[in-house]
Design a protein around this ligand. Sequence first.
Ligand code: BGC
Ligand code: BGC
Length: 786
Amino acid sequence: MLLYDCGNKEYKNWIICETSFDAQLLGKCESIMALGNGYMGLRSSMEENYTKQTRGLFIAGTFNKFDCYEPSELPNAADVVELEIVLNNEVFSLEKGVIYSYQRSLNLKTGELARHIIWESPSKDKYKLCFKRFVSLDNLHLIGMKVYITPLTGESCIRVTSGINGQMTNSGVQHFHEGEKRIYDQNIMEFIQTTCQSKIDFIFHSGHTWKIDSDKQIPTPRMIISRRKLEMMYDFMIPKGKTLIMEKICTVHTSLDKSYCYKEYSLQDLRDKTLTEFIELNRKGYDLLFNESAKKWKRYWKEVDIKIESKDSFDQLTVRFAQYHLLIMTPAHDSRFGIGAKGLTGEGYKGHTFWDSEIFILPYFTFTNPQIARKLLEYRYHTLNGARKKAIKNGFEGAMYPWESAFTGDEETPEWGAVNILTGEATRILSGLKEQHITCDIAYALWQYYKATQDIDFMKKYGSEILFETASFWAKRVEWDEEKKSYCINDVIGPDEYKEQVNNNAFTNYMAHWNIQTAINHYRECKEKMPQTFKRLNKKLDLERRFKLWNEVVDKIYLPQPRKTDKVIPQDDTYLSKPLIDITKYKNASAMQTILQDYSREQVNNMQVSKQADVVMLLYLLKDKFSKDVKEANWQYYEPKTLHDSSLSLSVHCIVACDINDKNTAYDFFKKAAQIDLGPNMKSSDLGIHAASLGGIWKAIVFGFAGISIEDDKLHINPKIPPLWLKLKLPLKFQGYNMEIEITRDCVQIKNKTKTDYPLEIFIGNDKYLLKEKLRVDLQGVSPQK
Ligand code: BGC
Ligand code: BGC
């Protein structure tokens, strides 16, 4: 059972709490309570072992390709969390004995996981146990653990076995060669493992300190070294009422770390430096190290905390939960790495980066921490060569980004997926070949970043090149259709993955058109304002020739228009002619994709049923291209046919519902989006949290309810506060201004925290205002947006 309202005072709306133990349902909390810092992600598995438990430690960027038949994936590194605790000869396990009390909680404010238990063993000895854990935000390589065990009935003989376990796999795939293992001074363990194909060395250090109450102990452990495993076994006699306290400090470094990833790299150097660093950290101990990390969390929250005064205080916790995960999933330390669809919280999607990253997650950073946003976009620059290779391989030019991307930018989408219920065979996954909209999504995201930050340096070094390369791809990708007298884009999958191999997916066509048009505009800007960059890129990409091609193509791209009769934009050439079925059953199901239990993918392909926002997604991304009537008509048409079978769908629907002024429906979608990871479905997050959905929660609040958008380079605010909310206060960075925006039902107040002599033009409703130090606008007086 999960509780979200058990935080008090300074921790009100900061605590996620599990109040009972179920050995069958461990996956959800392992994911939603995961710890991390963008360098690593640690699933919150329990210390003691359970069959249904999935331990996971993922280090950003360290992809390995097990063999030529599998895509690269983020390997599950050695486990340091596992402890075997034997109490008076009985292995501690909550599946046995009696649980008197149980509470596990994640504190989103400090990043600490804690578990408190009172347990009686089968032989009727009672114990109080407490486990604490954090992954440091201060030192990205550090994991800290602390365990308290108090015998409550009588004296107890306690044995704890703790080590580093490199026997972990990704669903059976062992990604590591065994490396050296050793123990220094009967205390510090050192464990090395190397990925079998990408040859990345991982090095772990770990040490224990012991106390009985406040008395330090120096026990002599039994040391065990076995295959891919190192362990220390400690024995104590603990009198009734006394507490045995263990601290375990661990560090992990890899040869991919920026500080070691250089030509003269030697494993010995990595060992020496990381051991010295470890000894220093281990000396500091859990409490001090935890405080250093908590301070960094405090600083983070000071910058990004959104305050929602709602009649349902779960709304406040929802956004904090999202922001907690958005930070720990993001490798802000290294622009060579992207964000995985499950962050660093599980094996799902193999750690790969999708459009989720640019369209759903990036805006959070663009508007709150542009430096991080820039790094995420730089990742797409580092992988540009992979995208170029894909374009050439398929007979195009420019950059054709992989649907799923890992370290190099080569295509990583697996070829085979879930079972076809009719044939019993694995279904062919076509996304890697056909889901091409990722390329314009990346261009869109970088442009939004540029407009929001005016980071010309980024454009000079990376952005312009990506924009030109993506436009060039589309200019070659389009095909002339004599009948339509237009350039078409045939044989694609749009965002709605239930429609495969369709022609003229509206989303793809409009976005590709936008991509080329934006490149044309930027070509002129670049030539005029960034002549050096222009010169360099012209030489490298033959820009003048390409510019001609873009111009020849752009106005002739087929853009499916709203039907005259009902203003519905055809999702693709055939969607509207397909039969309709009653999808109530699937819409009401608590699990996703249940339609695939009744119909094969091929059958679903031939019905008017959508997996996720597609035309509705377009209405959101290119919102100024469509009138209110068209937006309403398409919402009314497509939403009832959409199963929201991807977690990406709900937040987009929330934003568009705000745009068409349906605040109640918008709020319903927001609530549903919040339930994706925090809701009662105990299986849905097993493979990891839903990164895009969490980014979507922030977007729903900022772009939906606060109604923030950029139009013609200007900031627009059109609040659509839901009926249950009294106040929304959010920090926002825009074009160098650092603002705090407070919205109530009748007023918008903006504080400018940046010292500048130039006021910022802001549109509220349809009216223009100038922000100097402060701005207060009564909403009753403003003319509504057209
Ligand atoms: C997703 C695709 C993805 C594939 C393989 C499917 O569930 O819908 O987008 O490419 O899995 O990872
Ligand atoms: C969705 C894609 C998404 C992927 C990864 C799929 O189920 O259809 O849009 O990119 O999951 O989250």
